[in-house]
Design a protein around this ligand. Sequence first.
Ligand code: PRX
Length: 652
Amino acid sequence: MLKDMYQPNPEFAKNANIGSMEQYWELQNRATEDYEGFWKSFAEEKIDWFAPFTSVLDEFNAPFVKWFDGGKLNVAHQCIDRHLDTKKNKAAIIFEGDRGDKEVITYLDLYYNVNKFANLLKEDFGVKKGDRVVIYMPMIPEAAYAMLACARIGAIHSIVFGGFSSEALRDRIEDADAKVVITADGAYRKTKPYMLKPVVDEALKGETPVKKVLVVERNNEEVTWVAGRDYSYNELIQDKSATCDAEPMDSEDPLFLLYTSGSTGKPKGVQHNTAGYILWAQMTMEWVFDVKDNDTYWCTADIGWITGHTYIVYGPLAMGATTVMFEGVITFPDAGRPWKMVQEHRINQFYTAPTAIRVLHKMGEGEPAKYDLSSLKVLGTVGEPIDPPAWKWYYEEVGQSKCAIVDTYWQTETGGHIVSPLPGATPIKPACATLPLPGIMAEILDPETGEKVGEGESGYMCITRPWPSQIRGVWGDEERYKSSYFGDVKKDGKPVYFTGDGAVYSGDGYITITGRTDDVINVSGHRMGTAEVEAAIKKHDNVAAVAVVGKPHELKGEGIFAYVVLKSAEGFADEVEEVKAINTVIKQEIGNIALCDDMIFVPDLPKTRSGKIMRRILRSIAKGEKITQDISTLEDPSIVAKIEAMVNCATC
Ligand code: PRX
């Protein structure tokens, strides 16, 4: 048995959906022995099919797989209509605005609002099944209506996080060939209005596939209206019918795209399809958060990320839960805001990122004690490894040593949780994602041999069988799908899904994620490709070469460290100004989330004779580690000492 284990709260376990390790193993063994039977029974039980599926898993064309082929369903129906008989007056969404304004949207309200939205898209915008619709929205209920309206009529939504710049938005619109953008004039942050519509206007300049823009008027600030292109949601929605049939979708019809960073090139449009995604979103809500009928669940993510898709909108609504949506900033007006919200809404499950926990801990160590947090049952974390001090504070001060902490490991491509404790069953080890969820064949493999590694050994985090909510493709790029995920590790000679993460078995088969093995940085739980940041920095006229690496950061987990070689020192009177100028370019190209924490101007980069930049050396220097790598193969080995001296000088 592992040391420092926290056993599930026995009172909680009594009523938990999975209440013991025996139950966990029974499920996992069932999946191992009869994989298709396992998934068939859950798909039949959980989904309200319009027409039954005829096969469970089709691997004929692997890694392109089909789940529940022949079945017909609709995700909006699964999330709304099927609950109306029993829950029409239950709160589906509880919205809390930045300024403390509140709105409760029942399942019946949601049904009407989504139907009207769907009718608007069909009638006024001509949106049809299969069309791509980009959603660039703040955290307001209309964002959820927009997603569900697309799902209702079979349009494929692609949400772009509201913090991305006009350039990033333009790239995503073009790649998806979207004909419609849904946005808002803006919203509120720290009680002040901020704007989104001007970013959309900028993104649509010049040639664009976008024909129409729908604008939700949230903060009523003045915006530019382009005649024949831009329309007010608030006006158009008035005369829309509140009934709209849900389009019968095939199990494998696409539900949405979500762009995410990879280690090379531009962001990839990760494609999720209908049946498998919604099934696993719902099952993991039930198992991992153990949400009961009278519970109120709050996930603090933004709908612009996969966590917002699966665990604010689709998962909670598919199971008929009450989900909280929050427009504001969790540290405003002070670091007691989330705990005040937990007290007021009597939140039972609270799900956030380690970065947020670190910030709330640092800014408001004693804040949780000021509020009544007795309603809390399950606390969740996601997006990055959580460090033991943050874990301890979360467990003791927020959870009052009685709530399970579910450290959920997953990614945009997995659609839902992959490795996570079950709150009523799994003995928890701090900062450890513990065991694969039942039905998920997650293993740490040796990349060379494809063999499962032993206890205490590290390897590559892989999933050795297809699972229902797995990525179905990279939009418009079959090759990239294969090479990004199925190129690196083979088990028994067959390519298996590789997550891009390293992991170690840390006792009793428990999995601890050790971080990315590729050139992806995890900034505040968000993925940032170094290639993407480098491409942005290179757009600055005076940049000759650049290399970007991650560096441990006290609050963000990882920060961005850029080594920049300038073309000329002319006009480079002021280093601070040059850093500012480069950061402005990053802001324009990607957005504030990609701003560099450290930037250093160097005479050259450590390159091999064939021109390959030795990033490992740069990573070590950024971390202040001693260089142990062989540098004799470098074109100019002396550059390493020069860069080291410059970094030491800048940080001393
Ligand atoms: O490196 C892993 C890390 O976040 C990556 C996925 O990022 P993204 O697709 O943006 O999705 C974030 C929300 C699911 C993973 O490849 N990651 C995610 N969860 C954890 C984690 N690292 C450690 N522990 C976790 N619980």
